[in-house]
Write a protein of this length. Sequence first.
Length: 181
Amino acid sequence: MYVNWKIIKPGSNPPNNVNAFIEIPRGSSIKYEVDHETGIIFVDRTLHTAFTYPFDYGIIPQTWYYDDDPVDIMVLSRMAIFPGCVVPTRPIGFVRMKDEAGIDNKILAVPAKDPFFEKIRDISDVPPSTLREIKHFLEHYKDLEPGKWVKVEEWDNADVAKREILKAIAMYKKKFGEGTL
């Protein structure tokens, strides 16, 4: 599959509504990743642990971040979303984290058009057990991979997530130019 993520808009009303380009479906034990030059979705690796992703995972198009990649986004959903799909989302939180390569922060969002999530507007609306599950996954899914580690530092609210999205859109424009939007 080939997708030019650079022509997909960051959202209908960023930072309040952003598009999530899904790389990894909920329930997968395979880490897929879009190649930022070709747009092809590759199998990066199979998770070495018995974990599966408890959320759909991807990037926000036309963003760039401190880890020299588009901003990562975790989408809480009830069902797995096929890799390569674009999901309109509502950012609800932000997780500050580091891994063996450095800063690896992520946006937490919900599908904007799913009535199941209509009352979830901020991370404070997410059940604590869901946040614990996500943190546990993030801190342990690399455990059996030599030299790899993850540390979740803290959760932040929707306002922080939105500020980081705006910052990442500005970083994208600086790196790739205005004409790509």
